[in-house]
Ligand binder design. Structure first.
Ligand SMILES: *[C@@H]1O[C@H](CO)[C@@H](O)[C@H](O)[C@H]1NC(C)=O
Ligand SMILES: *[C@@H]1O[C@H](CO)[C@@H](O)[C@H](O)[C@H]1NC(C)=O
Length: 123
C-alpha cells in the first residue's frame, strides 16, 4: 500500500464510521398543536377549535383530547374526547355564564407524548 492508497482507505473508513453514527439517530414520534380558534356563536355559547399535526403518527393512533378552563364564567360541555391522530382537529362546546370575562384555558392531547397549551380569550 503506498501513501495515497492508505489515505484513501482512511478517508473511506472514516466516512463509514460517520454513516454508522448517523444511522443510529432514532425516529421521533410527536404530536403538535397547530391552531386554536375561538368562535362566539352567541352570548351563551362559544366553540373552541383545536387542530394538530405531527410526525410518525399513524392515522389510527388513539388520542384523548382535553380542554380545561380556569373560570366559572364557562362550562365545557364535551371534554374529554376520544380521537385518532388522523382526525387532525376537534371542537369543544362551551356554555357561557358571564360575558366580558377573560378566561384562561388549557388544552392537551394524550398519546405516547403529552402536550398542554394555555390560551386566553374574552367571553
Ligand atoms: C345560542 O346558540 C345555540 C346553538 O346555536 C342555541 O341553542 C341557543 O339557543 C342560542 N342562545 C341564544 C341566547 O341565542
Ligand atoms: C379538520 O380536519 C379535516 C381532515 O381530517 C380537514 O378536512 C378540515 O379542514 C379540518 N378543519 C379545520 C378547521 O382545521
Amino acid at each position: 500500500m503506498n501513501m495515497n492508497n492508505q489515505s484513501i482507505f482512511i478517508i473511506v473508513f472514516f466516512f463509514s464510521l460517520l454513516l454508522v453514527t448517523s444511522s443510529t439517530y432514532v425516529e421521533i414520534k410527536q404530536l403538535v398543536p397547530t391552531t386554536f380558534t375561538v368562535n362566539k356563536v352567541n352570548s351563551s355559547k362559544i366553540i373552541v377549535g383545536v387542530s394538530w399535526d405531527g410526525t410518525n403518527e399513524a392515522d389510527d393512533e388513539y388520542v384523548v383530547g382535553r380542554l380545561n378552563c380556569f373560570s366559572n364564567a364557562v362550562t365545557i360541555l364535551n371534554s374529554p374526547q376520544d380521537h385518532v391522530f388522523g382526525d387532525h382537529n376537534t371542537t369543544y362546546e362551551l356554555a357561557v355564564h358571564k360575558t366580558d370575562v377573560l378566561v384562561k384555558c388549557r388544552t392537551g392531547k394524550v398519546d405516547i407524548v403529552n402536550w398542554k397549551n394555555v390560551f386566553y380569550f374574552r367571553t
